[in-house]
Design a protein around this ligand. Structure first.
Ligand SMILES: [Zn+2]
Ligand SMILES: [Zn+2]
Length: 143
């Protein structure tokens, strides 16, 4: 994943017969400047002066997810949240299946055991995605 993300996205778009538009590039740049979790509205607001429609932001985030540049992190009833997979250290998510809250944690020994497994299989490990589904404290109290 050391490739230039803009180049990677353009390749993906061309491969899928889609146009590389300046708007899509702008949305990607806005996404790349993000560190934490964000949603479509956050990106749309940061591009307010560019006259980009929120529908275009939604569609482009879906394309970026397909291209492997962002990851959807929020599940459950809440609307989708994303994160830029390039700017961040690998970390795990605990996702509440009731309210959609996402708690992050460091991988620590999980990461180490994945690395050992990969080494054993001569597998080149690029990205790690660990997710636990369950109930947050508030939701398990209410259950
Ligand atoms: Zn919850
Ligand atoms: Zn995260």
């Amino acid at each position: 994943m050391s490739r230039d993300p803009v180049e990677q996205f353009e390749k993906f778009l061309r491969h899928h017969g889609r146009n590389v538009t300046e708007t899509r590039r702008k949305i990607l740049r806005a996404v790349l400047s993000r560190r934490g979790h964000f949603d479509a509205t956050d990106i749309w607001e940061s591009l307010r002066r560019e006259r980009v429609s929120i529908a275009t932001v939604y569609r482009t985030l879906e394309l970026l997810e397909e291209a492997g540049l962002v990851r959807k992190v929020r599940l459950g009833k809440a609307h989708a949240h994303y994160e830029n997979v390039l700017a961040r250290e690998d970390h795990g998510h605990l996702v509440c299946r009731s309210c959609g809250r996402v708690i992050e944690f460091e991988l620590g020994r999980i990461r180490a055991s994945l690395e050992r497994a990969a080494a054993r299989e001569a597998f080149t490990l690029e990205k790690v995605h660990v997710q636990g589904i369950g109930l947050c404290p508030e939701c398990s109290r209410g259950a």
